[in-house]
Design a protein. Sequence first.
Length: 188
Amino acid sequence: MSKSTVLALVGSLRADSHNRKLAEAIQLNAPAEVDVVIHESLGNVPFYNEDIDVEGQVPAAAAALRAAANDADTLLLVTPEHNGTVPASLKNAIDWLSRPYGAGALSGKPTAVVGTAFGQYGGVWAQDEARKAVGIAGAQVLEEVKLAVPASMIRFAEVHPKDDAEVVEQIKGIFDALAEAKAAPAAA
């Protein structure tokens, strides 16, 4: 069995972000046959502008993002909630990956959305918005993958998500759903 690659895009750019830590916990709890790669440079990707999205002249950070997404079997968006919606950095990544229209790196790519936020619902509004955006952009949204961890500022104040037994158990469910999504096209 070949290794599967999951590209994780973390919507928070903050070094000590709870969503970054959640992505790390997901990476640490990946099955042996899954390689989770956390993309490191969303903050370097310029805002999408069709004038700079010209073949041979695409900014290096945007080209690297597209290449990483093309190389991945699945995408995992890990998002906080900024003012009730998805952070600009993650929405910008979705915009870059959606182009060229109909043939972008998101086209048909199995994509899951998870996250944590300070509020009592764990950022579900942002997750719903991210699912909507990647679906419109052409991704195969894995609606059954759900992980919204509430009260992140309190819950992860002294405990890394990798050490939270409930979160680790939910992470296992993410990989089960990703494995099903990967197997589904082969079975069809």
